[in-house]
Design a protein around this ligand. Structure first.
Ligand SMILES: Nc1ncnc2c1ncn2[C@@H]1O[C@H](COP(=O)(O)OP(=O)(O)O)[C@@H](O)[C@H]1O
Ligand SMILES: [Mg+2]
Length: 439
């Protein structure tokens, strides 16, 4: 029962996962020429770890993967001697460094094995690659540490090898493989992503984490990491003395411009086309409308495009021939907004803050409290807590850097904003409660 095949598509064209380092990813990436060039120049011509800063859902991970694919294609076409191979999947930095390092080494090993045939074909090979599979199958690595494993050791057969010893043997092998495959940056590198750095919270925490990793996984020969994050975390965390010389200044990723959205939709429809796509409800106009409602958040737009199509199917609307789905899209958005709105209980002052924040572009720094009519950060924080509880914003206070724009409207927030701006004074959607349901 696929809606999409009924619509003459081979699959869902609005998947909201990051684009992959593949021909498909490359054909779907739109509007990033400058950023692809910037990232490529950094990878090819520096030894620094590149960084990408931009809002959630703007396309950071996709940019890195597809850039890697382009570089790989240039290598295959013999236009470059540098080989950049993407790691299988992005990783996230967290506070458990032992576990983090373990998963980094395992991911590196898995990624190298994924590319093993290709490496061999192009005359890049490290004998260490042959030993990796058996190591990955040892219980110590499979279980993520602890205990003495099955000892399928082909480096040592000491029966009393400690778990730590086994693990360090594995790491040495991974490091050897990397160093043999990519001895200098002129040969290229494996490209890894440390994604969503904003999840570390404060910039001091992120900075401490990077400093700690500096001589560890960030110091490995043969691998380049691209650090990605939102809400200013990247810029704020890489400025320390210990990190300069290792990490590049951020590539700032803004939203895909509105005038590229037609191309973006059409690339997807063309890619997934299996016939005449005229019946597809979300085409350029509908997508552009959703893109405006989400304040240019691509991931949210894609999510809504899917949800709306499923909703239409439920209503039986997909069976009827129709030219223009915009009126139905409006009806669906109003329904979604009304559902959200029913659960919100905010006081007038809190609504005012919400409205002021969305009017100001949807984000602010805690240090902006006076601009929003509060006489202290504490007063603004109290107000924000209520709005955050209603899931209309993501708010975080970075005690180290109150200028970081850590407060921003969520996808629910933008939908409510849209509904409030559509119905004058929010009359239909916002009846500010006078009774307080809040603690
Ligand atoms: N340049 C682009 N062209 C087309 N689609 C894109 C582009 N960048 C991102 N996307 C899509 O937008 C969504 C979010 O992208 P992602 O890279 O995961 O964002 P981020 O890492 O910034 O959160 C994904 O579904 C992805 O396919
Ligand atoms: Mg991402």
């Amino acid at each position: 029962m696929s809606i999409w095949t009924d619509l003459n598509l081979t699959d869902n064209p609005y998947g909201s996962d990051a684009l992959q380092a593949s021909a498909e990813g490359a054909s779907l990436l739109v509007g990033r020429d400058r950023e692809v060039t910037a990232l490529t120049l950094q990878l090819e011509n520096t030894t620094l770890h590149p960084t990408v800063e931009g809002l959630n859902g703007v396309g950071k991970t996709s940019l890195v993967f597809v850039t890697c694919y382009f570089a790989m294609e240039r290598f295959k076409a013999r236009e470059s001697d540098q080989l950049f191979l993407p790691m299988r999947k992005p990783l996230e930095i967290h506070g458990d460094f032992a576990a983090l390092e373990r998963s980094v080494y395992q991911e590196i090993a898995q990624s190298l094995l994924l590319h093993r045939d290709f490496l061999q074909q192009c005359g890049r090979y490290s004998p260490a690659l042959d030993s990796l599979p058996s190591w990955l199958n040892t219980p110590i690595l499979r279980s993520g540490g602890g205990g003495i494993g099955g000892l399928q050791l082909n480096v040592t057969n000491e029966a009393n090898a400690s778990a730590g010893f086994e693990e360090s043997g594995f790491r040495l092998l991974v490091e050897t493989a990397l160093a043999e495959l990519f001895p200098t940056s002129a040969r290229g590198a494996l490209v890894g992503i440390f994604d969503n750095m904003e999840l570390l919270g404060k910039s001091s925490v992120a900075q401490a984490a990077l400093e700690r990793l500096r001589d560890g996984v960030l110091g490995l020969t043969g691998i380049r990491w691209v650090l990605c994050g939102s809400r200013g975390i990247v810029r704020a965390s890489i400025s320390s003395q210990r990190l300069t010389g290792k990490i590049a200044s951020p590539i700032e990723l803004g939203p895909i411009p509105d005038d590229k959205i037609d191309d973006l939709v059409n690339a997807r429809l063309a890619h997934y086309s299996a016939g005449n796509p005229n019946g597809v409800p979300v085409q350029a106009a509908e997508f552009a409308h959703l893109y405006a409602v989400t304040n240019a958040n691509l991931r949210d737009t894609l999510k809504y495009a899917q949800n709306f199509t499923v909703w239409l199917a439920m209503q039986g609307e997909l069976d009827r021939p129709r030219q223009d789905f915009l009126p139905l899209l409006e009806a669906w958005l109003a329904e979604e907004a009304a559902l959200i709105n029913e659960s919100i209980r905010l006081q007038p002052r809190q609504w005012k803050m919400f409205d002021d924040l969305s009017a100001a572009g949807g984000s602010c720094a805690p240090g902006d409290f006076a601009d929003f009519g509060f006489n202290s950060l504490q007063a603004m924080r109290t107000c924000l807590v209520h709005i955050e509880r209603a899931h209309l914003i993501d708010a975080e206070i970075d005690e180290d850097d109150r200028r970081r724009r850590t407060v921003s409207l969520s996808s629910k927030g933008w939908l409510v904003r849209y509904a409030r701006s559509k119905f004058e004074d929010g009359a239909q959607l916002n009846t500010p409660t006078t009774t307080s349901n809040e603690k």
